[in-house]
Write a protein that binds this ligand. Structure first.
Ligand code: FAD
Ligand code: NAP
Length: 485
């Protein structure tokens, strides 16, 4: 038999996940000229593009235009998409409840039947926890849930958030926290220009929220926000930005961090922007975004639901390896709130049949090659890319370089004959037959294009980019209707 990678026997690759990492990987693979490669991409949702569709804030439409690049990849010969097909997670995974929805499932072992390589690009779907009392009270939610809810992710469409509360507390100083704070402060007319889920537009526009408090456990010089995201918080149509002067005064450690240049341009500029905010007088807008630093949540309180949060005041110290850490001073403050959104980072989960590093929330790997954590040996034909490879950090573009690293490792393996031999027939037809048997509702890329067209069509009369479906059944119906035309 011809070796895998030739025109007679193309290298068959399954990519699990259709976010940026999955698409950049497919692009790097399909543009190879010396190796014949076919790619089948699977996603648990009928819709592709991962967090570009279900994470990126709806008021940032330009960022979503990266989808045009992914569409070009999808149009390449040798590419197929099977949406609404989940690769079965590990039982211990911690994936949010999908309610009555039972996605079609394949296992990693099923993929081993028909593919020379399986590349995991399935991102980080769950959240990190704070580990404090009251974290699980109703009214305390992970930002992952809130973000997925306003973006019409079907597993989260029926979540409810107490938006009648006058004060929301957002925990974390990363760009997701900034997104969440902004979304809570947008006006109806701003929301109505976006593809925010219909159910969220009304809830957010009519909310009783007057104050959004954003808590950073370290100081202004250590915040993880990037500059444009901070600036935007000061440019809201109907929300004032509020920072107390005392909050932006740097302690000695942070002053040295900034003055020595160790802070880098982003953190240094952030400090300047925060200082500018602190000098502003509130204009009496409908809502206020209040930034607090050196403040950690220590307990969430309430009888049956969130009523308040206890904040511990921190000071900064260097630890034994020189990192700047927040250390509890013991000072406490309790503030009333009915809604706490914990935005302290996403977390990955394992899939059945592959090793998983529970602590780091990633698939153990070396340059994308999945490795056995006990022996360090490569697991032939298994690769990882994107957030599930390196953890939940980095912007969309970061995944392009990351995908190149994984693809280079795979191509090196192919060149050196380290190719997994599928247990069954390694052909596109055999794989399609398996999908038809095990995942009869799978959505092809043509099916997705029909969903896309229907959503855009719903948006047109309203002057909106699209009106998203938030139920899988609606998506499947649109995909089927499109297939008939
Ligand atoms: P993802 O984008 O998460 O894609 C993973 C895909 O795998 C999803 O489609 C998922 O449905 C699928 N999947 C999961 N489990 C399975 C399974 N078991 N079987 C099959 N499929 C599965 N970056 C920017 O540059 N600009 C921004 O404005 C920006 N905004 C962001 C907003 C939020 C809220 C978040 C969380 C991140 C944002 N980022 C932004 C970062 C960017 O989205 C990530 O870098 C990128 O999406 C990571 O890509 P990925 O492909 O690894 O994962
Ligand atoms: P992130 O950037 O890693 O920020 C996480 C934040 O949570 C940090 O401020 C961190 O503080 C804080 N935190 C962690 N543990 C905590 C705890 N126990 N108590 C209190 N605070 C805690 O993560 P993210 O915001 O989820 O963003 C993920 C990635 O997506 C980032 O790379 C981000 O840039 C990207 N993204 C980009 C955009 C954009 O470009 N517009 C939008 C959204 C997301 P410490 O620093 O002290 O650990």
């Amino acid at each position: 038999m011809a070796p895998a990678g030739t025109t007679e026997s193309p290298l068959r690759v399954a990519i699990v996940g259709s976010g940026p990492a999955g698409f950049y990987t497919a692009e790097h693979l399909l543009k190879q000229e010396d190796v014949a490669i076919e790619v089948d991409m699977f996603d648990r949702l009928p819709t592709p593009f991962g967090l570009v569709r279900a994470g990126v804030a709806p008021d940032h439409p330009k960022i979503k235009s990266v989808i045009r690049v992914y569409e070009k990849t999808a149009a390449r010969e040798g590419f197929r998409f099977f949406g609404n097909v989940e690769v079965r997670p590990s039982p211990s995974g911690g994936r949010p409840d999908t309610g009555s929805r039972k996605p079609n499932q394949l296992t990693f072992d099923d993929l081993r039947e028909h593919y020379h390589a399986v590349i995991c690009a399935y991102g980080s779907a769950t959240d990190r926890s704070l580990g404090i009392d009251g974290e699980d009270l109703p009214g305390s939610h992970a930002a992952t849930e809130f973000v997925a809810w306003y973006n019409a992710h079907p597993d989260f469409a029926d979540r409810e958030f107490d938006l009648a509360t006058p004060r929301v507390v957002v925990i974390g100083n990363g760009n997701v926290a900034a997104d969440v704070a902004r979304m809570l402060a947008l006006t109806r007319s701003e929301l109505e220009e976006t593809d925010t889920a219909d159910h969220a537009i009304d809830a957010l526009a009519e909310s009783g929220v007057e104050e959004i408090v954003v808590l950073g456990r370290r100081g202004p010089a250590q915040a993880a926000f990037t500059n444009p995201e901070v600036r935007e918080l000061g440019e809201m149509v109907d929300a004032d930005i509020v920072i107390d002067q005392a909050e932006v005064e740097l302690d000695d450690l942070s002053r040295e961090f900034v003055d020595s240049g160790d802070a880098g341009p982003t953190n240094t500029r952030n400090v300047e922007i925060f200082a500018g905010f602190a000098e502003r007088e509130p204009e009496g807008k409908r809502r206020r975004i209040v930034l607090r630093f050196l403040a950690s949540p220590v307990e969430i309180r309430g009888a049956g639901k969130v009523e308040s949060i206890v904040i511990g005041r921190n000071e900064l110290q260097r630890d034994e390896i020189g990192a700047v850490r927040a250390v509890d001073t013991g000072d406490r403050e309790e503030i009333e709130t009915g809604l706490v959104l914990r935005s302290i980072g996403y977390k990955g989960e394992g899939i059945e049949g592959l090793p998983f590093d529970e602590r780091a929330g990633v698939i153990p790997n070396e340059r994308g090659r999945v490795t056995d954590p006990d022996t360090g040996e490569q697991m032939l034909g298994a690769y990882a890319v994107g957030w599930i490879k390196r953890g939940p950090s980095g912007v969309i573009g970061t995944n392009k370089k990351d995908a190149l690293e994984t693809v280079s490792a795979l191509l090196e393996d192919v060149a050196e004959g380290r190719v997994f031999e599928p247990r069954g027939d390694a052909t596109a037809d055999a794989a399609e037959k398996m999908v038809a048997e095990k995942a009869p509702d799978a959505v092809t890329f043509k099916g997705w294009q029909a969903i896309d067209e229907a959503e855009v069509g719903r948006g047109e009369p309203l002057g909106r980019p699209r009106v998203k479906f938030s139920k899988v059944e609606e998506m499947l119906e649109a995909a089927k209707a499109g297939a008939k035309t």
